[in-house]
Design a protein around this ligand. Structure first.
Ligand code: FNR
Length: 481
């Protein structure tokens, strides 16, 4: 199905706001199309595409393991991928990488921020029509999905209409017009007359944008903005960021209900808590000093956020179902693992399906450290890790030998370090020892480790002492990590 931009109400691209939970919430409330936040071509080209079977998402993951773009089946026919670029070939490479996971590709030509314009991207493109033509034509000819672009208006109407006509000739499916000049800020009035003149000058759909400040508060305002601009569609940024239920035909919902709906998506898709918190703070903007706002301010994890909104049982049930899905996926993966291990002597190998999840452990403490300390205490030889990488997906699995017994996780991990930690967990759990998980703070080993670190910090004064503490931690990291 080819995405059409006529008669549509659209969630605008917004950095940090336009991530998967917000896009899904906008769709729930009635948005027809959702744009993702702008993602820069160079960053995208470093990403690998991973199907996340537990979350049922497609993730584009940077070398740092950060998820840069996450999408899912539900939005596949409605999500537009917005790119920051100044280079036709790089733009095409990204578009080809992503086109089967999204409904259309957009090029951002409106961002006035220096980080964008100094690389020739965003609003810098507006003064380079040849570059605009090259980028858009390369994309239109090179991919099978619709291509759009989002611009700001130029100093005069004539210049703006001339540019829009050049853009129309490239074959784009629609053009979004933010009715402000690049020097104008969000609080300046939007130039509806410019958008109207553009809409009347071209035959491709024009998407009107810029009405949040003065014109759009709730659903029925959207049609008024469309009508005054004579546009085919309306794109909403801030009004949707402040209250995403602006897309509801039935009218706005109370903010706390909207925030809970948002948190549900954030929990289901394991959204990073800092991003969830940022979006919730945008929604609460003038109520951040209220009791709820203060509580939100103090949160440091998704679980904390759920506690503030009395959604702990929802959080726990999501965690459980994710764990259950991990196990069922593991059952399928296990067949591959067993085939790969057919030639290994596995009879003495103690195995369980575990993974090391950093967030579940105390800072500076890892299962490997625990295992090492336990071996020292028991005057056993240090644990020995033997790690293999499989050819199928380059994942790792590690076997740790402790006291002549071998332990390993049945799950393969994306890094050697994670695989070793998982093997250490299997060993610790088999031996019934603490492993440094949150909630185990009172165990003897954790107390001992904390004491050692604190005593060293107190005993050593000045730069040299500090360096020694760091060295000790570093040594532990090297041995234990
Ligand atoms: C934006 N805007 C924006 N535009 C864009 O093309 N790509 C982007 O990534 C962003 N990021 C972004 C983040 C945030 C927090 C805001 C508030 C805005 C601009 C946005 O899409 C829109 O053009 C303007 O906000 C004007 O529309 P409204 O807010 O009046 O509906």
């Amino acid at each position: 199905m080819v995405l059409s931009f006529r008669d549509k109400i659209i969630l605008a691209p917004m950095v940090r706001v336009g991530t998967l939970p917000m896009r899904l919430l906008a769709l729930d409330y009635g948005a027809d199309i959702v744009y993702c936040e702008e993602l820069v071509d160079i960053k995208m080209l470093q990403c690998r595409r991973v199907v996340n079977e537990v979350l049922q998402t497609v993730d584009y993951i940077a070398p740092t393991e950060r998820v840069i773009f996450q999408t899912c089946e539900r939005e596949k026919d409605q999500v537009v991928f917005q790119m920051g670029t100044a280079d036709p070939e790089r733009a095409l490479a990204v578009a080809k990488l992503i086109e089967n996971d999204v409904a259309a590709i957009d090029i951002n030509m409106g961002c006035p921020k220096e980080y964008s314009t100094k690389g020739g991207m965003g609003a810098a493109l507006l003064s380079n029509p040849e570059k605009i033509e090259k980028i858009l034509k390369t994309l239109v000819n090179g991919i099978s999905k619709p291509v759009t672009c989002k611009i700001r208006i130029l100093p005069t109407l004539k210049e703006t209409v001339d540019l829009v006509k050049i853009i129309e000739r490239t074959g784009v499916a629609a053009i979004a017009v933010h009715g402000r000049k690049k020097e104008e800020r969000q609080q300046h009035p939007v130039h509806c007359d410019f958008i109207k003149a553009i809409a009347e000058a071209v035959s491709i759909p024009v998407i009107a944008n810029g009405g949040s400040q003065e014109l759009i508060r709730e659903f029925h305002d959207i049609e008024a903005f469309r009508s005054v601009t004579a546009a085919s569609a309306v794109m909403i940024a801030r009004a949707a960021m402040w209250n995403p239920s602006v897309f509801r035909r039935e009218g706005l919902l109370p903010l706390e209900d909207v925030m809970r709906d948002y948190i549900r998506h954030a929990v289901i898709y394991n959204n990073h808590y800092t991003n969830t918190k940022y979006c919730l703070c945008q929604m609460m903007r003038d109520q951040l000093e209220s009791p709820l706002g203060r509580k939100l301010h103090g949160t440091q994890s998704t679980l904390d956020i759920c506690e503030v909104f009395e959604m702990t049982s929802f959080y726990e049930s999501c965690q459980l179902s994710q764990e259950a899905r991990k196990v069922s996926i593991h059952v399928n993966v296990q067949e591959t693992v067993e085939t790969e291990n057919d030639n290994e002597e596995n009879h003495d190998l103690i195995q369980m399906p575990v993974r090391f999840e950093r967030k579940d452990y105390l800072p500076q403490i890892t299962p490997k450290m625990f295992l090492l300390e336990w071996c020292r205490k028991e005057t056993l030889p240090q644990p020995v890790y033997h790690t293999v990488q499989r050819s199928l997906d380059k994942f790792f699995r590690s076997v740790v030998t402790v006291n002549e017994k071998k332990y390993c996780s049945t799950l393969w991990d994306k890094s050697k370090k994670l695989a070793e930690q998982a093997a250490a967990i299997v060993c610790l759990r088999t031996l019934g020892l603490p492993e440094g998980k949150l909630g185990e703070e009172e165990s003897n080993l954790v107390r001992k480790r904390k004491r050692v670190i604190t005593e060293e910090s107190v005993n050593m004064s000045g730069q040299q002492g500090g360096e020694q503490v760091k060295k000790r931690l570093h040594d532990n990291e090297n041995v234990d990590d």
